[in-house]
Design a protein around this ligand. Structure first.
Ligand SMILES: Cc1cc2nc3c(=O)[nH]c(=O)nc-3n(C[C@H](O)[C@H](O)[C@H](O)COP(=O)(O)O)c2cc1C
Length: 326
C-alpha cells in the first residue's frame, strides 16, 4: 500500500509512461494484470497552452471508468505553461477526471532537453521547483507527481538536493529512473543511486517510486528493498507483455508464475489492436501505430523475424489475424 496525496494505491507496481505504448487500451490491459495505475505518455504543456487540448487529445485521453486511477503527464520548461495547461485539462469534461498530474523531468531526448524541459530541469532546480509550485497551485488539490532520473550527466550517482527541491515545492510523489539522462537507456540501472534519492524522499516525507530494469519478482524485490521505494514502475519489460505485472506480483509472493502460451500472446495482440482501432481515426491508422508494438508481442515466437516483417506491412485487423494464425 502506498499513498499519493490523498490517493491510496493498493498494489503499487505500475506501468511506466512510454510514448507510443502507454495508450488507453494498453493501460487498461495492464491494469487487468495488476498495474495499479499508469500515467499517459508525455504531452507538451506549451502546446496545450497555445493550441488547447484538442491537438494533443490522443495523448491526453484517459478512461477513468476502466483505468481506475488516472495520471496525465506533462512536460515543459515554463511554469506559466503548466498553469495554463492544467487549467485547460481541468476545463475538459473527461480530462478533468484525472486523479494526478505527473511532470516529466527525465526525458533525455535532445529535442525536449534543448528547450530546457524533461531531464534538463535536473540542471535547473530553481525552474523545476517553480514548475511544481505552479502545478500544485493549478491542480485544485489533485496530487502532483514528478518522474525524473538519477542525474543529468554521465556518472551521476543520485541527486538528493533535487529531491529536496521537489519535496519543498509540494510534490506528492517522485519516481526515479536509475539512469542518468546522458545514459538514455543504456547500461544497467544504478540501484544504489536510486537509493540515494529514495532516502532523500523518505527524509522529506514524499512518496517514492523506483524504476529501471524491473522485469520479474527478483528484480522488483531488490529494487524495493534497496531503495526505500513505496512503489515501482515497469517500463520496457511491459512492452507487448502485460503479463509481467502478474509475474512480478506472483513471484514477490513466492508463487510460481506460468508464462503465457503462444496462443494467449497472439490473442492478446489482437485484443489490444481491436481496442486501439476503436479509438483511432481509422483502422489502418491504428494498425500502423501498432507496428512498433507488434514487434514486442512476437518477440521469441517461432519465425518472429518473418512475422514482424509481415505484420509491419499489414493495414487491417483481418490481415493481422491472418498473418498470426495462418
Ligand atoms: C519507448 C519509450 C518511451 C518512453 N516514454 C516516456 C514518457 O513519455 N515519459 C516518461 O516519463 N518516461 C518515458 N520513458 C521512460 C520509461 O518510463 C522508463 O523510465 C524507462 O524505460 C526505464 O524503465 P525500464 O527499465 O523499466 O524500461 C520511455 C521509455 C521508452 C522505452
Amino acid at each position: 500500500m502506498a499513498t499519493i496525496g490523498k490517493l491510496q494505491i493498493d498494489n503499487p507496481v505500475c506501468l511506466a509512461p512510454m510514448a507510443g505504448f502507454s495508450t488507453v487500451p494498453y493501460r487498461v490491459i495492464c491494469r487487468t494484470f495488476g498495474s495499479s495505475f499508469a500515467p499517459t505518455e508525455l504531452c507538451s504543456a506549451r502546446s496545450i497552452r497555445y493550441r488547447g487540448t484538442g491537438p494533443s487529445y490522443q495523448y491526453l485521453r484517459i478512461d477513468p471508468a476502466r483505468e481506475g486511477l488516472c495520471a496525465i503527464q506533462l512536460f515543459g520548461f515554463d511554469p506559466v505553461d503548466f498553469e495554463y495547461a492544467i487549467g485547460a485539462i481541468l476545463d475538459d469534461e473527461l480530462l478533468s477526471q484525472t486523479d494526478m498530474i505527473d511532470i516529466n523531468m527525465g526525458c533525455p531526448v535532445p529535442k525536449v532537453v534543448k528547450t530546457g524541459a524533461g531531464s534538463a530541469l535536473m540542471k535547473d532546480p530553481e525552474t523545476a521547483g517553480k514548475i511544481v509550485r505552479a502545478a500544485v497551485k493549478s491542480a485544485c488539490g489533485k496530487p502532483v507527481t514528478v518522474k525524473t532520473r538519477i542525474g543529468f550527466d554521465k556518472g551521476a550517482r543520485g541527486d538528493p538536493e533535487f529531491i529536496k527541491v521537489l519535496a519543498d515545492s509540494g510534490c506528492d510523489m517522485i519516481c526515479v529512473h536509475g539512469r542518468s539522462a546522458a545514459a538514455m537507456y543504456s547500461g544497467q540501472a544504478d540501484i544504489d543511486a536510486v537509493a540515494v534519492m529514495g532516502k532523500a524522499a523518505k527524509e522529506a516525507g514524499v512518496t517514492f517510486f523506483a524504476n529501471g530494469d524491473i522485469c520479474d519478482g527478483a528484480s522488483a524485490q531488490l529494487m524495493k528493498e534497496k531503495t526505500f521505494a513505496d512503489g515501482l514502475m515497469v517500463g520496457r519489460a511491459a512492452q507487448g507483455n502485460p503479463w509481467v505485472f502478474e509475474k512480478i506480483r506472483s513471484e514477490m509472493e513466492g508463487k510460481v508464475f506460468t508464462e503465457p502460451s503462444l496462443e494467449e500472446r497472439k490473442k492478446m495482440l489482437i485484443e489490444h489492436l481491436k481496442e486501439e482501432v476503436e479509438l483511432a481515426p481509422s483502422e489502418d491508422a491504428a494498425v500502423r501505430a501498432m507496428r512498433s508494438v507488434f514487434v514486442f508481442y512476437v518477440k521469441g515466437m517461432p519465425g518472429a523475424a518473418g512475422l514482424k516483417d509481415r505484420l509491419c506491412r499489414a493495414l487491417t485487423v483481418a490481415e493481422v489475424e491472418d498473418i498470426l494464425w495462418n
